[in-house]
Ligand binder design. Sequence first.
Ligand SMILES: N[C@@H](CCC(=O)N[C@@H](CS)C(=O)NCC(=O)O)C(=O)O
Length: 232
Amino acid sequence: MGSPMVKLIGAFGCAFSHRVEVALRMKGVPYELILEDPRNKSELLLKHNPIHKMMPVLLHGDRPAICESLVIMEYVDEAFTGPLLLPTDPHDRASARFWAHFVDQKFGKPFWMSFLVYASTDEGGGNESFIKEAKANLLLLEEQLTGKKFFSGDDIGLIDIAAAGMAHWLDVFEEICGVTLVTNEEFPGLNCWAKAYVEDEHVKKCLPERDQLVAMFSACRDMFRGMATTKK
Ligand SMILES: N[C@@H](CCC(=O)N[C@@H](CS)C(=O)NCC(=O)O)C(=O)O
């Protein structure tokens, strides 16, 4: 058998690469995963994503590469048969795109910054504004899950995959920073959703090992703490 027509340039522990892997697995598309070292980017990555120089990048046959995880997921949805990631109704499609973009553009920064600030100080002080904003955004997502198993309904779709960081990565960040941001009391829907997401058969097969994530992000935390101490 020849090499797969689809190649994914990704990185270990990268939630954006995970998005593309889940999309491909849901469609049953075989792919070759090429793992990059984000600190030492290859010529292959720079050639195919010269603008952002980021993973993931999708190569399909001989056509030019496709970059940006949300764009790649939509491409995979349209280019291959199988379960749909986006609904068919135009209004529902627009709404799904809106929330997937919300996760990237409004939700992500304060959410992950809350941990970054915790990670860079032993006390975790000074991050109240990020936490406040992160919790307000979490509440908006919690509301979106009312009466539903997944953001898209009964099955995993674009928003769920876009929000995967909150399902598998969150718990690792909470452990290494010693905080619980998304408590079961405050966000029961999101906690149920996260459990259901990581239990999915396609998702499970491409989740990075938890221990390896803990080791990787603990090293980042120590680096930030070191930088914060040097600045004092
Ligand atoms: N908006 C991009 C973000 C991708 C991204 O942040 N990728 C990280 C790896 S998880 C990366 O390439 N980092 C290297 C860098 O920032 O130079 C997407 O959705 O694809």
